[in-house]
Design a protein around this ligand. Structure first.
Ligand code: KG4
Ligand code: ZN
Length: 364
């Protein structure tokens, strides 16, 4: 993982003051926009982390027929959905599109990556247009950093470092967070992301899309000990591997075609939970963490949340669980990251473009 932060902002001197890249501002209200994949989201977050509105329009029905996200359709759907979603977010926060008294927010933050290029372009383009119209700063937010900030939204009493397990559809990384913007990489998946494994297993078992909630739903009436599935690298290090587990599920079902999907789903889910908790607690011990935290879509998984909570209690450290809505993609996390970024790192240039392969900037 390369130490890349958001792309370098352009020279502040050739831009008008209100959009100067790098200029810092303690904004009081920020509009966040998230369109990195298949959720169209907008939110208004105030200084201190108060979420004044968070609107998410899921494209699940659109993509369900294909069993996964179709990038071309996702981008087009964002185009249709984003303006009404932004309008709702502003209205729910008690703000209009633009008032006589000036812009409704102090800045607009949008996800610039990682994600699907056609999807990112819609949100970033809309955000920049609003910044031009309202004469407010633009803040380019890393989606992964957004997920990390989701955990901070509800808490202001954190003891650093926090060990954060970020488990989403595209990423599985274990981080020691020494404060906002200060991340050390402890481990990451060597192959599939945890969410990807949930999605692939759900598709294979015919449980539907999106895979994570479908597997969790089926597993609720299954026996997690019905089948013994591999827990790759559970006793060593802080990296993850889920592709062998996925293959083991395929082989199991081929060998036992009559196996109950519920039992297979529960056994698979338990294997993921066991590995995730083992790695998170090992990481926490290694850095003497002041707390444990999870983020990303898979962090909405009930058994994972319960297991991590129990592990934290056993270790005697607090476990911070963002609400389920804050685990899956949303724009409140983008606005929260944007608020912090604007104040500590400054505005982004309006020439900052989407970066589908953006990684989390980590300290050496
Ligand atoms: O963070 P997210 O909403 O989007 C990405 O940034 O990828 O994560 C989506 C992933 C999908 O793989 C989805 O199946 C998984 O999170 N997911 C879950 C649950 N809800 C969503 N996995 C397990 N259990 C869940 N309840
Ligand atoms: Zn995400």
């Amino acid at each position: 993982m390369s130490p890349v932060r958001n792309p370098p902002a352009s020279d502040a001197s050739d831009q008008p003051g209100w959009q100067a890249a790098g200029s810092r501002l303690a904004a009081s209200v920020v509009l966040g926009i998230e369109t990195s994949c298949d959720d169209t989201a907008a939110a208004v977050v105030a200084r201190g982390g108060a979420v004044r509105s968070s609107v998410v329009s899921s494209q699940v029905d659109l993509h369900a027929a294909y069993g996964g996200v179709v990038p071309e359709l996702a981008g087009r759907a964002h185009l249709d959905l984003l303006v009404p979603v932004m309008h709702s977010a502003l209205a729910e926060a008690g703000l209009g599109l633009a008032g006589l008294s000036g812009p409704p927010v102090d800045a607009v933050a949008a996800t610039i990556g990682p994600g699907l290029i056609g999807s990112l372009l819609v949100g970033v383009g809309a955000a920049k247009a609003l910044c031009l119209a309202w004469e407010v700063p633009f803040v380019a937010v890393n989606h992964l950093e957004g997920h990390l900030f989701a955990a901070l939204l509800d808490h202001d009493d954190l003891t650093w470092p926090l060990v954060v397990l970020l488990v989403s559809g595209g990423h599985t990384i274990l981080i020691s967070m020494e404060g906002p913007g200060r991340y050390r990489l402890l481990g990451q998946t060597l192959d599939d992301a945890a969410g990807e494994a949930f999605d692939k297993v759900a598709r294979f078992l015919g449980l539907g899309y999106p895979g994570g909630p479908a597997v969790e739903g089926a597993a609720a009436s299954g026996d997690p000990e019905a089948y013994s599935l591999p827990r790759a690298m559970i006793d060593e290090g802080l990296d993850f591997s889920f592709s062998g587990l996925k293959t083991a599920v395929v082989n199991l079902v081929r060998k036992h075609p009559d196996a109950s999907s519920e039992d297979v789903a529960a056994s698979f889910q338990q294997a993921v939970v066991d590995v995730a908790v083992a790695k998170a607690t090992r990481g926490a011990r290694q850095v003497r963490a002041g707390g444990l935290c999870i983020g990303g879509g898979v962090a909405a998984n009930g058994p994972l949340r319960m297991a991590l909570q129990a592990a934290g209690e056993e270790m005697g450290i607090p476990v911070y669980l963002p609400s389920r809505a804050m685990c899956t993609d949303n724009a409140a996390m983008v606005a929260a990251a944007g608020l912090w970024q604007l104040e500590h790192l400054g505005a982004s240039g309006l020439d900052t473009g989407p970066d589908p392969g953006l990684t989390l900037g980590v300290m050496p």
